[in-house]
Design a protein around this ligand. Structure first.
Ligand SMILES: [Zn+2]
Length: 202
């Protein structure tokens, strides 16, 4: 009896680990973890912004960018966190012709290509939209679900792109020397200014 059960288990194990499988399944699980944490965090941030409890430095950053905390709360409420590693959406659809932020990537490139293994892209935010694709890979540029400060920075940064400011304008308005990696500089700035608790805790 025991043997029969074991055979059944190992056969089903074979059936559920198909050829392209392991990496994809693991990435999906990790993405769910990341998404859950980001959604929880963006709800808290939205509440904080709409209730006028925006940290001083964060409010000043937003003022320079011309976006009110209340506007940002609305954008955060609509934001959809999407798995970047398996997205077939073309970058040309995320950054349409006339996008003022310059050339991003060839229009036919799919989002998942931007998040392949070894990629340094942490997220891609739709310009004037609600989608934010995130890198679910562990390590390197992947989003760490438990890094609250970094993820606060990511969400504020992404929300500003969703709202309508391209990265070049954010960079200019925050008066940062345009140095690579561009995206990470802005994300850490918002992490520091919009989540000062992280600094105090150290
Ligand atoms: Zn940016």
């Amino acid at each position: 009896m025991r043997i029969v059960v074991m055979v059944a288990v190992s056969m089903s194990a074979l059936l559920i680990s198909p050829v392209p499988g392991q990496d994809g399944a693991d990435l999906n699980r990790r993405f769910e973890e990341v998404r859950e944490k980001l959604v929880e965090l963006k709800e808290g941030l939205g509440e904080r912004f709409s209730a006028g409890r925006t940290p001083e430095a964060c409010r000043e950053d937003l003022e320079r960018l011309g976006v009110s905390p209340a506007d940002l709360a609305v954008v955060l409420g609509r934001m959809l966190i999407v798995n970047g590693a398996d997205s077939e959406v073309r970058t040309g659809d995320v950054f349409p012709r006339g996008f003022p932020g310059g050339r991003v990537a060839p229009r036919e490139i799919r989002i998942r290509h931007l998040f392949r293994a070894g990629s340094r892209v942490r997220f891609v935010a739709e310009w004037r939209g609600s989608r934010v694709w995130v890198n679910p890979r562990r390590g390197s540029a992947g989003v760490d679900p438990d890094d609250v400060a970094a993820n606060t920075g990511l969400l504020v940064h992404a929300a500003i792109h969703n709202w309508g400011l391209p990265h070049t304008s954010v960079q200019e308005l925050l008066r940062r020397v345009p140095e690579a990696p561009y995206e990470e500089i802005v994300t850490s700035r918002f992490a520091r200014d919009c989540f000062p608790e992280a600094g105090e805790a150290r």
